[in-house]
Write a protein that binds this ligand. Structure first.
Ligand code: ATP
Length: 222
């Protein structure tokens, strides 16, 4: 289980996240919504161990966020900005990131991960891919080491509707069949409503909370 206890984050005098409390169970997809600048990426970066909270505590299973080395083996992160090697092919990128990962995967398994993301341009350089295809590769890379916790920051921007639905279905299977914890941000409320079990609304504005409650979703009060 992921536990967030009384978490706050300030950037200088700007208070971005204030006293958040929530828990996410294995097998659950949690949506994170809020207006621009509400603090969604900041929260994901903290959960990815890339930023430190100002106060509060986070644990994943028995592991505290003070033990970053152990934690990072259990976390997959897809940032908003695409982070892959443009000059390398899809295959070379997958092999490169597999070498950095802790778990071992065969070339066939790596290729299958790309196919699961509906990306079949194995031998092509990344610079020849479309923006949506690069995002698919980023998601595949985040899954190489079979993380327990998967953090996705607007991962489907620019991905066509059919692929988005297929990737959504794949993420749901990862949660249901493999018990992964998935935390997902998107400005696409249809996607959030379809994919997420429960939702955290960040920020003061009740707009998202009202909209999602009207759609019958469970909102977590943080
Ligand atoms: N490194 C930083 N230094 C100072 N302020 C920052 C930094 N990163 C983010 N902020 C500020 O913190 C607030 C939250 O930003 P964040 O990127 O987490 O929001 P967000 O909800 O992800 O927004 P968006 O929907 O636009 O992606 C914003 O006011 C932003 O300007």
């Amino acid at each position: 289980m992921l536990k967030v206890h009384d978490l706050s984050k300030n950037y200088g005098s700007r208070k971005v996240l204030q006293n958040l409390h929530f828990q996410v169970q294995p097998g659950e997809i949690l949506g994170l919504v809020g207006e621009n600048g509400a603090g969604k990426s900041t929260l994901l970066q903290i959960l990815a161990t890339l930023q430190k909270q100002t106060s509060g505590k986070v644990t994943l299973g028995e592991v505290s966020y003070d033990d970053k080395k152990k934690l990072r083996k259990q976390i997959g992160f897809v940032p908003q900005d695409i982070a892959i090697w443009d000059e390398f092919t899809v295959e070379e990128n997958m092999i490169f990131f597999e070498k950095l990962a802790w778990g071992r995967k065969t070339k066939e398994q790596l290729r299958q991960l790309c196919l699961d993301m509906k990306l079949d341009r194995w031998k092509e350089p990344v610079k020849a891919l479309s923006g949506g295809m690069k995002r698919k590769l980023n998601i595949a890379i985040s899954l190489i080491h079979d993380p327990k916790l998967l953090l996705l920051d607007e991962p489907t921007v620019g991905i066509d509707l059919k692929s988005r639905k297929e990737i959504g279905g794949y993420l749901q299977r990862l949660a249901t069949d493999e018990g992964k914890i998935i935390i997902y941000t998107s400005h696409d409320m249809d996607e959030i409503i379809t994919l997420c079990d429960r939702i955290v609304c960040i920020g003061e504005d009740p707009f998202y909370k009202n909209l999602l409650e009207d759609a019958g979703k469970t909102i977590i009060s943080v």
